[in-house]
Design a protein around this ligand. Structure first.
Ligand code: TSJ
Length: 649
């Protein structure tokens, strides 16, 4: 087995053993997210190196044995001997929990890695890890291993030998290969799509980088590189929308405190899409940088509107919402000592980020607008905002009506809703069921105490195309709003939620997927807190029943069908359910509603964002984008996560 080579390593290694004892403290979970976290901890280092101007290429390989290799062509991790620890810097990086502080020193790192301990955490949670450094015309190598000692306890990330010079080279860079430990992550494996998505984002956010992703297990390979950086990112996000400018507005600036980059444009839609990042990390909950941008946007545009006669002396200023209708923007900043806040720690808290981004945006946007060449663009923005201000009044009126109806007992509105008797939110569930016939079965089959049923007749209205007042006027949507009792948008109040679980039950076909997507888009836009707080679920009805005399089994995915047939044995029969409506009340209860037997998939904010994107393309006016999308996603048969990767809740 491995040999430790110096006694004082033991002290260091106790740190790594602590990581293994409580992996959650370092990587959040030991599930799929945690496994991929290890990879990002390593990749972040290469990104940092390149973002600092050293090298331009990263290669990530997912190897056949389950390990992953990350290689960059940067300067190579320093190999000199650490003055107090008396081992190579490479060893320190992989064995010291606080190596981050020593090597990612103040003028080096913007890394998003957790506490800057990333590489050592990845080492601690790997069966083995090896590193090759090319630097100073020399090649160096070192290997680490985690193994069970005589007492059965696992020693984590133990160096097998000191860093060794193994030859000459003209190349430069660092290469790390590691095998995540099965004793920590079980049989979980790297997922090409998860990695490709994030790598794609990283390539957008770091325009000088080329990232190659090789999946050696399946022979798949993809290269990510965007000359346009976040400008390309914005075009990607707005694909399928009707964009109002030929090119996004783009600016970047650097101060002592932040490096900031913004790309923005308008579409003919009515919602705001603001995506922000700090040190390459998405700040989904926003924060001070976003506020700085928005404050500047409103001020600059109001000033411009007044200076150019769009607003007369008697007119009030337009409000921020008006200027953000149809706005798509990406704000990416880099800064040191970031503080993250909020429920999911994805909200930037640093007050100086507001001032900096606000000043930069004010200066750059003013410069842009005052360029004669951009007069048309300015005209489009201001006129669009004036239109938004007009309908804001109408929307206010429509909302007042909705509120009045709600407080008036809402008899008509919730007429189709069969509520449950229990009033406690956490013990109540609302099933939104596709179709009157399935709705009828659900009403008969349910547990009346805790389960409410709301049947949806047809497709509820498309939340993408209409202005807010029209969305709210739709009967199906109004029923949902009334039933949930939370209010919407800025009125949304989670404490008023009537049903702790909102469960969407739709057929396993294209229409069902469409209805689900529209509902998710609605929640995403108007009741986002419902999703972020984990209240929205998708129910999975069975696809088949496999049965013979005295035996029956429901099957929920095509993948499981052969096994079920085998279990059933000779003389089996198969019933295929084409829709929820084919099941009688007892069957629906047994397979899909009974809390003890059913499978629910909790909807994440990413699922909802994806649904929104799909609905945008699907129902928007851009026919080319729609064709392209359908060509790319031709198989609608439960070809999404709600069929294949479910987890019981
Ligand atoms: F940390 C790590 F092991 F996870 C890792 C680090 C993994 C990979 C794939 C690459 C890297 C890495 C580190 N790439 N490039 C660097 N650069 C440095 O560590 C470095 C190089 C030179 C200097 C210097 O001041 O001369 C400083 C640093 C931090």
């Amino acid at each position: 087995m491995a040999s430790t080579y110096e006694a004082k390593d033991i002290v260091v290694l106790e740190g790594l053993d602590a990581v293994r004892l409580r992996p959650g403290m370092y990587i959040g979970t030991t599930g799929q997210k945690g496994l991929h976290h290890l990879l990002w901890e390593i990749v972040d280092n290469s990104i940092d190196e390149i973002a600092n101007g050293f090298g331009d290429k990263i290669t990530i390989s997912l190897n056949e044995d389950g390990s992953a290799t990350v290689t960059d062509n940067g300067r190579g991790i320093p190999v000199d001997i650490h003055p107090t620890l008396k081992v190579s810097a490479v060893q320190v990086v992989f064995t010291e929990l606080h190596a981050g502080g020593k090597f990612n020193n103040s003028n080096y790192s913007y890394s998003g890695g957790l506490h800057g301990v990333g590489a050592s955490v990845a080492n601690a949670l790997s069966e083995w890890l090896n590193v090759t450094v090319c630097k100073n015309k020399k090649k160096y190598y070192m290997e680490f291993e985690s193994y069970a000692g005589p007492d059965g306890k696992i020693k984590s990330g133990v160096p097998k030998a000191p860093l060794k010079e193994i030859g000459d080279t003209n190349e430069r860079g660092t290469s790390v290969t590691f095998l995540p430990d099965k004793r920590v992550f079980g049989e979980l494996t790297f997922d090409f799509n998860i990695i490709a998505n994030r790598v794609n984002e990283l390539a957008f956010l770091n325009k000088n980088i080329t990232i190659e992703l090789n999946d050696k297990r399946y022979g798949k390979s993809q290269i990510f590189h965007y000359d346009g950086g976040i400008k390309d990112f914005l075009l990607y996000l707005d694909k399928g929308k009707n964009r109002l400018f030929s090119e996004p507005i783009y600016f970047s600036a650097e101060t002592d405190i932040v490096k900031a980059e913004c790309a923005l444009e308008y579409t003919d839609g009515y919602t705001e899409n603001c995506f922000s990042f700090v040190n390459n990390i998405p700040t989904t909950e926003g924060g001070t940088h976003e506020i700085g941008f928005k404050t500047a946007l409103t001020k600059v545009l109001n000033d411009y509107a007044r200076a150019h006669g769009y607003l007369k002396d008697k007119d009030a200023n337009l409000i921020g919402d008006d200027y953000r209708e149809g706005l798509s923007v990406i704000i990416a900043i880099k800064m040191k000592s970031v503080q993250f806040e909020g429920q999911t720690k994805t909200k930037l808290g640093n007050p100086e980020a507001k001032t900096e981004v606000e000043n930069i945006t004010t200066k750059e946007l003013t410069k842009f607008l005052n360029d004669k060449m951009n007069e048309k663009v300015a005209d489009v923005i201001i006129n669009k905002a004036k239109g938004a201000a007009k309908t804001r009044e109408a929307a206010k009126h429509a909302k007042e009506i909705t509120r009045a109806k709600n407080s008036a007992g809402s008899f008509n509105l919730v007429g189709k809703l069969a509520s449950c008797t229990n009033r406690k939110c956490e013990q109540s569930e609302l099933f939104i069921v596709e179709g009157d016939s399935a709705g009828g079965s659900a009403k008969m089959g349910r547990d009346r105490k805790s389960q409410a049923i709301l049947p949806l007749r047809g497709k509820p209205l498309n939340a993408e195309k209409k202005r807010i007042d029209q969305v709210l006027a739709n009967e199906e949507i109004q029923t949902i709003i009334s039933a949930l009792e939370t209010g919407i948008q800025e009125d949304f109040d989670l404490d008023s939620l009537r049903y702790g679980k909102v469960i969407i039950l739709s057929d396993a076909d294209q229409d069902g997927m469409h209805i689900r997507s529209i509902l998710l888009t609605f929640f995403y836009r108007y009741m986002r807190g419902l999703i972020t707080n984990g209240h929205v679920f998708v129910g999975l009805p069975p696809l088949y029943k496999v049965f013979r005399k005295n035996y029956e089994e429901y099957v929920y995915s095509d993948k499981e069908l052969p096994e079920a047939i085998e279990r059933c044995g000779k003389g089996y029969e198969i019933q295929r359910y084409k829709g929820l409506g084919e099941m009688n009340p007892e069957q629906l209860w047994e397979t899909t509603m009974d809390p003890d037997k059913r499978t629910l998939v909790q909807v994440t904010i990413e699922d909802a964002a994806q649904a929104e994107k799909m609905v945008t393309v699907w129902m928007g006016d851009n026919i080319d984008a729609r064709k392209e999308y359908i060509a790319e996603h031709a198989n609608f048969d439960r070809g999404d996560k709600f069929a294949d990767e479910y987890s019981t809740v």
